[in-house]
Ligand binder design. Structure first.
Ligand code: SAM
Length: 275
């Protein structure tokens, strides 16, 4: 029988944030593939688990994926863990998951902590729809594209950032996010956990010497949303457009004024349509 691959989420700070199922899985598998074996050893020691480990990180992902696939095909069960949080999310793992699926090896997710989601749920920023961008690319062109996406900001944006790049990123954000609310979630689940809210400019001035780990949660751009709504309304007939505002409780005078503004025409033009 061939083995199974378990994608196991581990804590992002507080060691108590590990699920019973994650512990059981780490106890039961034959091998643990870890991003940094020394780092994972600390967690395993804390859990009293003693298991053979294989290092699996960005720089050996290609070679090690084949090795792990062979072990799985030989019948070994493997757990993949990263240094913190959920593997695959801005961490290695995607390659081995794809290869397992190609080889009909079962991939079993063991969910748990993820910094992006943990930051979002306490940020107070709209969580109904969001875009996770991970770390902003360093390549100038790619970075510009992502910043443009943030500027348009159709929904909440979540970023990861390293402390030594935080100020530069906040500076860039301050040129595109105007007074949109941003939450800086620092050292989540750790002793010095903090959530600081402000505009990019305010946060840049507050954070003098960034230390620790950060997630940046950015409020969506209401201007873009409004523009989108207007574009949709303009696709309706003038009569349908009128009914829309009527349903929202506006009187005739206000409605004519609004439709004229939305369609960028004079109020007279709208009156004429009705006559
Ligand atoms: N796979 C991980 C997850 O599920 O969140 C993310 C790994 S990524 C390499 C590491 C980044 O996640 C850090 O640079 C930081 O932006 C964010 N992060 C991880 N732990 C964090 C924490 N306790 N507080 C704030 N941010 C954290």
């Amino acid at each position: 029988m061939i083995g199974e691959l378990y994608i196991v989420a581990t804590p992002i700070g507080n060691l108590e944030d590990i699920t019973l199922r994650a512990i059981k899985t780490l106890e039961q598998v034959d091998i643990i593939a870890a991003e940094d074996t020394r780092h994972t050893l600390k967690l395993l020691n804390h859990l009293n688990i003693n298991k053979p480990m294989i290092s699996y990180h960005r720089h050996n992902e290609e070679i090690k994926t084949d090795e792990l696939i062979n072990r799985l095909l030989e019948g070994k069960n493997i757990a993949l863990v990263s240094d913190a949080g959920t593997p695959v999310i801005s961490d290695p793992g995607e390659e081995i998951v794809k290869k397992c699926l190609e080889n009909n090896i079962k991939v079993i997710p063991i969910p748990g902590a993820c910094a992006a989601i943990t930051a979002l749920i306490a940020s107070g920023i709209d969580a109904k729809e969001f875009t996770f961008l991970g770390f902003l690319p360093l390549n100038k062109k790619n970075r510009k594209e992502k910043l443009e996406q943030i500027k348009i900001g159709e929904n909440t944006i979540i970023l990861y950032e390293a402390p030594h790049k935080l100020i530069q990123t906040l500076e860039e954000l301050s040129t595109i996010t105007e007074n949109r609310r941003i939450v800086l979630a620092k050292e989540i689940t750790k002793i010095h956990e903090s959530f600081t809210t402000g505009t990019a400019e305010e946060l840049k001035n507050k954070v003098q010497q960034p230390r620790g780990e950060y997630v940046i949660v950015i409020e969506k751009n209401e201007k873009t949303i409004k523009q989108e709504q207007i574009e949709l309304l303009n696709k309706l007939s003038v009569e349908e457009h009128y009914r829309y505002y009527e349903k929202n409780g506006l009187d005739k005078k206000e409605i004519i004024k609004k439709i004229a503004k939305d369609r960028n025409v004079s109020k007279n033009d709208i009156y004429k349509e009705f006559i």
